[in-house]
Design a protein around this ligand. Structure first.
Ligand SMILES: [Zn+2]
Length: 412
């Protein structure tokens, strides 16, 4: 059976969705549940309804658009991604998986295909951590990785609780009902831009993800003794920023010495107090991100960082406290779904690269409750989370076609 993907429609919808933004084009800023995001959500739901899908929304704002199969009791074949965007982002991250998923379903419907399993597009709420400080809020709740009680304790950057934000966004559904029952999914596939340079570099049009690396994040607070930059002589100092500098380099070397290319560690934030040119830094806060495809190896890096805190604090006369904010386990993709994607590629004589997703995605959490795989398409220079993020039209259409083919194979 041949499916046709309407590339023009898909690309014009990607452009249309990018116009829902709080930043000037080409940048996209669409923080979850802001007025701009709410308008974008209404627009996407309307496109799904226009396509003949039945739309429902759960208590945290995950949107499900369903095409009922001939056996509505059979487990669902799902696809989807997110539409929220960090400040000053591009227009493809997440969106390709949502609008590509929608176009794949439309292509199947228009070809006359009739699935046995229902096919459902899922638009995850709050994938980006921008608002609540935690990524993948929607899929964490769907998969039961985060309990409703823990979610209710989250506050946004303005101090509003999740319940307050939900009320303002008119999300009246019960958080307790968000978790999906076990056996809900036959399979789940997320189409996404790679957010790395490998496919482009190896001139491979498609990547099939076999493992998803998982992040852990730490906050390291260093407290020294401040003072006048002229008055306090070097032997008497407890400079928090100098200690932070040693910490940052030792975090880098902890990741480098793991012996595996999959181990990465990053200090992305360094806040210095009081931040005056003539004042010795008294306090520094570091935000640290550690990732790996192997849980033991990643946790070893975290333990190394923690012990480094003790040695540097003793050496530099400062106090250093590290706090583990979050540590998700990595995931393996389901061999059967990986194989279904591979077969679709082979059917279209397209080469593909088995690969690791180094960014984390909602699929990481969906893998706890569903057989999951991800399909990557190249993005220029590997750029993502920036306004010049770009995926070529032919790559988007190709990925969407393979997605459609695979959804059909899995839902027969
Ligand atoms: Zn994304």
């Amino acid at each position: 059976m041949r499916f046709t993907i309407d590339g023009d429609r898909l690309l014009s919808e990607i452009d249309a969705l990018a116009s829902f933004s709080d930043a000037a084009a080409p940048a996209v800023t669409r923080i979850v549940f802001t007025p701009t995001d709410l308008k974008a959500r209404v627009w996407v739901k309307a496109r799904c309804e226009e396509a003949g899908l039945t739309v429902r929304q759960d208590g945290v704002g995950n949107i499900f658009a369903r095409w009922n199969g001939s056996d509505p009791t059979a487990p669902v074949v799902g696809t989807g991604s997110h539409i929220d965007a960090i400040p000053n982002a591009g227009k493809f991250d997440g969106v390709v998986g949502v609008l590509g998923g929608l176009e794949a379903i439309r292509g199947l419907r228009q070809s006359g295909f009739r699935p046995k399993h229902s096919i459902e597009l899922l638009i995850f709420a709050s994938e980006e951590p921008t608002r609540f400080g935690i990524g993948c809020l929607g899929s964490r709740l769907l998969s039961g990785t985060l309990t409703p009680d823990a979610a209710r304790k989250l506050t946004d950057n303005d101090g509003a609780t999740l319940d307050q934000v939900r009320a303002r966004a008119n999300l009246s559904g019960d958080l307790e009902q968000v978790k999906l029952p076990s056996g809900y999914y036959e399979a789940f596939i997320e189409l996404h831009i790679e957010q790395g340079p490998r496919l482009e570099r190896e001139q491979n049009p498609l990547g099939i993800v076999t493992k998803i690396a998982a992040p852990a994040s730490l906050r390291v607070l260093i407290e020294g003794s401040g003072g006048h930059a002229g008055g306090v002589l070097m032997p008497d100092r407890g400079d928090a920023l100098c200690a932070a500098a040693e910490m940052i380099l030792s975090i880098e070397s902890a990741a480098r010495s793991s012996g595996a290319t999959d181990t990465v560690a990053t200090v992305g934030i360094c806040e210095v107090f009081p931040g005056a040119v003539n004042s010795i830094p008294s306090r520094v806060r570091l935000s640290v991100d550690v990732r790996d495809t192997d849980l033991q190896r990643r946790d070893l890096v975290i333990r190394t960082i923690e012990s480094t805190c003790d040695s540097i604090s003793a050496k530099r006369k400062v106090s250093i406290h590290s706090e583990l904010l979050n540590a998700d386990a990595p995931a393996d993709c389901a061999p059967a779904v990986v194989e279904a994607l591979s077969q679709s590629c082979r059917a279209h004589q397209l080469s593909f690269l088995p690969m690791v997703s180094r960014a984390y995605h909602d699929s990481l959490f969906m893998s706890r409750i569903a057989p999951v795989a991800m399909l990557f398409i190249p993005c220029r220079n590997g750029y993502s989370h920036r306004p010049d993020e770009y995926a070529a039209p032919e790559d988007i259409v190709r990925g969407t076609l393979i997605l459609a083919e695979t959804l059909a194979a899995l839902s027969r």
